[in-house]
Design a protein around this ligand. Structure first.
Ligand SMILES: CC(C)(COP(=O)(O)OP(=O)(O)OC[C@H]1O[C@@H](n2cnc3c(N)ncnc32)[C@H](O)[C@@H]1OP(=O)(O)O)[C@@H](O)C(=O)NCCC(=O)NCCS
Length: 284
């Protein structure tokens, strides 16, 4: 990175709200956040956030992409890593240990490994969501084995994640975003890992992620696990009470049988972060 670019980046970061936004987006991961969700978490007006987002975008520290009618903002991990590298370049000849933490920071996160460890405020477990594509072969195998639909995995607007602890894959899950609503879908915990509280935790992580991406209400369709989701605050609703965008999803129109129950739950900031966990299992 050139000195001029570094100065522009540090200039953009040298403001409390902008620094807070960048930290928030770094934590949110590649899924990013809706401007409204950022404003809500910071506690300021959307117009103020929009001004700061523009400044950060101009400095090349964040990116944006349109999703339905919303714009989702996410951290540009490469640019942030370059900035750290700029500071640490040629550091500590003869004392490599001193540089190790910075080297680790620049190697982590970002689109390269697409990992987002969220909803785990106490750090008692390393469970994380790693963003994957709908083409992921392991996702397809796990869903097929659990008799869950795979017909529309590669269609637009779907977000899928590997549920991982370190390098171990424990399951998969995902959601679709539709105008402030999320359709939770494709949740599967691999058979060897079931019954240990991971389904619970993974659902909360997915809901936190969907909330960070701008969703304010979550919906799901299920034929076999309604009571599992009811324990997590979902309630069965009549299809006539659901938003049109949810009723028009492929899951609702053609993939799930008409007999599948439709459940809904409002999403509020942090409500799913304080995960209920069986700590002896999660620490295993
Ligand atoms: C449903 C599923 C995700 C649950 O994951 P899990 O890690 O085994 O669940 P947990 O250990 O977190 O279970 C938490 C609680 O839910 C209950 N539960 C688990 N699966 C359930 C189900 N299918 N229906 C009702 N309750 C269920 C457990 O008994 C447990 O209750 P307890 O705390 O009183 O003991 C997992 O069984 C799975 O992947 N099933 C196949 C795919 C599927 O059905 N996905 C959901 C539909 S999209």
């Amino acid at each position: 990175m050139e000195k001029r670019q570094a100065l522009a980046s540090f200039g953009a970061l040298s403001q409390e709200t902008r620094l807070e936004i960048v930290r928030m987006l770094v934590i949110a991961g590649p899924t990013g956040m809706h401007a409204g969700a950022i404003a809500e978490k910071i506690g300021t007006s959307p117009s103020n956030i929009s001004f700061h987002l523009k400044e950060l975008d101009r400095a090349g520290l964040i990116g944006q992409q349109r999703e339905s009618r919303s714009i989702i903002y996410s951290a540009k991990y490469d640019a942030l890593s370059d900035l750290v590298r700029f500071l640490m370049e040629d550091c500590c000849a003869g004392h490599p240990k001193i540089c190790k933490p910075a080297a680790t920071v620049t190697a982590c996160g970002g689109p390269s490994n697409k990992e987002s460890a969220i909803g785990d405020p106490e750090g008692t477990t390393s469970l994380s969501l790693q963003s994957i594509s709908g083409n992921d072969a392991d996702l397809r195998i796990a869903l097929t084995a659990a008799a869950l639909p795979t017909d529309d995995l590669t269609e637009d607007g779907r977000h899928f994640f590997r549920i991982a602890r370190g390098t171990d894959t424990l399951g998969f899950g995902g959601y679709e975003l539709h105008d402030g609503d999320a359709l939770l879908r494709s949740l599967v915990i691999l058979p060897d890992h079931r019954g240990k509280g991971l389904g619970d935790l993974a659902t909360r992580l997915l809901l936190e992620s969907a909330h960070s991406a701008g969703a304010r209400r979550a919906y799901l369709l299920t034929t076999s696990a309604a009571s599992f989701f009811e324990r997590l605050g979902f309630e069965k609703i009549d299809r006539s009470a659901a938003p049109t965008a949810i009723l028009q999803t492929r899951q609702a129109t053609s993939i799930c049988p008409a007999s599948a129950a439709l459940l809904a739950k409002p999403l509020t900031p942090g409500a799913d972060a304080n995960v209920g966990k069986k700590s002896e299992d999660l620490n295993a």
